[in-house]
Design a protein around this ligand. Structure first.
Ligand SMILES: Nc1ncnc2c1ncn2[C@@H]1O[C@H](COP(=O)(O)OP(=O)(O)O)[C@@H](O)[C@H]1O
Ligand SMILES: [Mg+2]
Length: 279
C-alpha cells in the first residue's frame, strides 16, 4: 500500500472545517458585559471577541447565559455594565432594529416564523430592512416598488436554491417538519445579508441527518458568503467539527475560551458539562 493510501485510511471521520478557515481582524469585541434580571445574574463580567469570518461557538449548560449573550449582541437586552465594540466603534444604545440594520441577524432557540405563511413569504420578511419603497407605494404596486419587490424576490429565491428548499417554497411553514422549519429560519436570517449571523441552537431537536445538513449549510454560508457566525450549540461533536474558537459559559460566568481541542481537555469545562448530554 502506498504511503498516501495508508494516510487516507488512517484519516478520522470527515471533519468539517477546523484549521482550514482563515479568519480576519476582530469585528466584534465584548468587554466586561454584565446583565441581570432583578436578582438573577444572567451574565457576569464576560469578555470575548469575534473575528471576521470566524465560526465562534458558545457552549454551556442550560441557564448558563448563552441566549442572553446573543440577546445582548443583537440589542434585545441592554447590559447594565460593559461595552460592545462593533467594527471598531463603541456601540451605544443599540436596539434590535439598529443591530439588524448594522448587519447582525439571528435565529432563535424557539423557532420564530409565521407558521401560516409560505416558506417564500417568510424568507421575504427577512428582506424588510432592505426595502426602500414605502407602504403606500407597495400597496399601489407602483413602478419603483414593483421593481424593488422583484429584486427582493430574486434574492429570496437565490436563498431558497442555496438551502435546497425549492420543493417547499409555497408550503406554509407550519406544515413542515421541525428540521425544515429550522432551515427556513436560517433562510430568513440570510435574507438580511448579514455580516454576523447569530444562531441559537440551530440543531437542537434534530436527527443526525438533519444535523449534518445544517452543519453543511452553516459551513457553506461561512465559506461562500464570508459570513461571521456566532453559534450556540449543545452537540459537542458539532462544536468540535465546525468552530474555530469556543467560549464556555457556566452560571453566567466565562470559564473557558479556547480552541475546540483545548476546551475538550479543560477540566472545568468537563465538570460544567457533567450530567449534560453531549456526544
Ligand atoms: N427575560 C428574562 N427575564 C428573567 N430572567 C431571564 C430572562 N432571560 C434569561 N433569564 C435568566 O437568565 C439566565 C440565563 O438564561 P439563558 O441566557 O436563557 O441561558 P441559556 O441560553 O444558556 O440556557 C437564566 O437563569 C434565565 O432564567
Ligand atoms: Mg438558550
Amino acid at each position: 500500500m502506498t504511503e498516501e493510501a495508508q494516510m487516507q485510511m488512517n484519516e478520522p471521520e470527515a471533519h468539517f472545517g477546523v484549521g482550514r478557515r482563515k479568519t480576519g481582524p476582530v469585528i466584534l469585541d465584548l468587554k466586561n458585559i454584565s446583565l441581570s434580571f432583578g436578582g438573577v445574574k444572567a451574565l457576569t463580567d464576560i469578555s470575548f471577541d469575534v473575528r471576521q469570518h470566524e465560526i465562534r461557538a458558545i457552549i454551556g449548560p442550560n441557564g448558563a447565559g448563552k441566549s442572553s449573550m446573543l440577546n445582548v449582541i443583537n440589542g434585545v437586552y441592554r447590559p447594565q455594565q460593559g461595552q460592545i465594540v462593533y467594527r471598531g466603534e463603541v456601540r451605544k444604545n443599540m436596539d434590535c432594529h439598529a443591530a439588524a440594520k448594522s448587519g447582525i441577524a439571528r435565529t432563535f432557540q424557539n423557532i420564530a416564523l409565521f407558521k401560516g405563511m409560505t416558506v417564500l413569504d417568510n424568507i421575504m420578511t427577512g428582506r424588510n430592512l432592505k426595502m426602500k419603497s414605502n407602504f403606500l407605494m407597495q400597496a399601489l404596486y407602483w413602478g419603483p416598488a414593483r421593481r424593488e419587490e422583484i429584486a427582493h424576490r430574486i434574492k429570496a429565491e437565490e436563498i431558497i436554491d442555496f438551502l435546497e428548499i425549492q420543493a417547499i417554497r409555497k408550503t406554509p411553514v407550519g406544515r413542515l417538519p421541525y428540521g425544515l422549519q429550522k432551515r427556513v429560519e436560517l433562510g430568513r436570517a440570510l435574507a438580511a445579508e448579514p455580516e454576523i449571523l447569530l444562531l441559537d441552537e440551530p440543531m437542537a431537536g434534530m436527527n443526525v441527518e438533519e444535523k449534518q445538513d445544517m452543519c453543511r449549510f452553516i459551513l457553506d454560508v461561512n465559506d461562500q458568503f464570508g459570513t461571521t457566525i456566532v453559534l450556540i450549540e449543545h452537540d459537542m461533536g458539532v462544536v468540535m467539527d465546525i468552530s474555530d474558537r469556543v467560549v464556555v459559559l457556566d452560571y453566567g460566568k466565562k470559564i473557558g475560551d479556547a480552541t475546540p481541542d483545548e476546551v475538550r481537555n479543560n477540566r472545568d469545562v468537563i465538570n460544567a458539562y457533567l450530567g449534560v448530554e453531549c456526544q
